[in-house]
Ligand binder design. Sequence first.
Ligand code: NAP
Length: 320
Amino acid sequence: MKAIRVHQFGEPEVMQLEEIPDLQPGPGQVVVRVKAIGVNPVDTYIRSGMYARKPELPYTPGMDAAGVVEAVGEQVTRVKVGDRVYVAGTLSGAYAEQTLCTESQVHPLPDRVSEAQGAAMGVPYATAYRALFQRAHAIPGETVLVHGASGGVGTAAVQLARAAGMTVIGTGGSERGRNLVAEQGAHHVLDHRSPGYLEQVMTLTNGRGVDVILEMLANVNLGQDLKVLAPGGRVVVIGSRGTVELDPRDTMSRDAAIVGMALFNTPERDAASIHAALVAGLENGTLRPVIGQEIPLAEAPRAHRAVMEPGAYGKIVLIP
Ligand code: NAP
């Protein structure tokens, strides 16, 4: 089978398509014939060698995919050969024609959902769900600011929060992205490149502020986020690419909380609960992953450049 292999960390071009042996499942493992692969910003951090978690070289990048179960090992009971599944985490890497998973890493893909959409589930939807419900403990009736709502995690968060009965404010940096945020169910949409845009959050909430902020770029926004939080408000730091200055008094006056998260830290029980909820959302149609670009697997370097560019529009997927 063909797979992207990385023999040294560096620029996107270190990713090369190579022929490698087919995969065989061990006990409790599943081999999936991959039809689509999700490209996440973290894949680029790992490839560059700058990320805290470094795989042993050479490796195949990627954590998210969707396809059809091709082989199952002994003791596998949750799926069978021929089932359509999405993959959230893998043992062998996702940028390939086949991927090897534990049984708990594969989840059923309902008929109404395409494989490209399935490839958008793992990191983005699980992150949005964990941030909103398990870290911020958001509840129906609260107001949520999805700060960076046009990309993979943001569109997922807008759909989840809207379906749960929250008032949703989403931001995007391009007109196309903002239209997308509105289409996904945000009640109000703001431009995070427009000066003073956060003042509109106070107007939209009658001066009260928002209960929850899901923050995609904390190094730019965290200090200002604290000023638009309601009493008892919570900010979840999902993305950050540097340091930031903030006034701690802004948390004191509001009894506010800043909460971090890394999806990698999710305990297995919480992950199982997250994916049970996500599969239900796919089945009932409240979750509808948006695919912005499909790129051939051989052009993975182009996909890594694209995912780091401004003007996000849903999810970028690779097609083997
Ligand atoms: P993505 O699809 O590339 O989307 C990036 C988002 O950030 C877009 O909505 C983009 O909007 C927005 N953004 C850009 N400038 C912004 C600003 N000044 N203020 C607010 N938002 C801004 O990436 P993703 O997959 O959604 O991931 C988002 C971030 O979360 C990344 O940094 C990623 O590494 C991180 N992440 C963390 C975890 C975790 O476990 N903690 C998990 C998944 C992702 P425009 O392009 O429209 O400007």
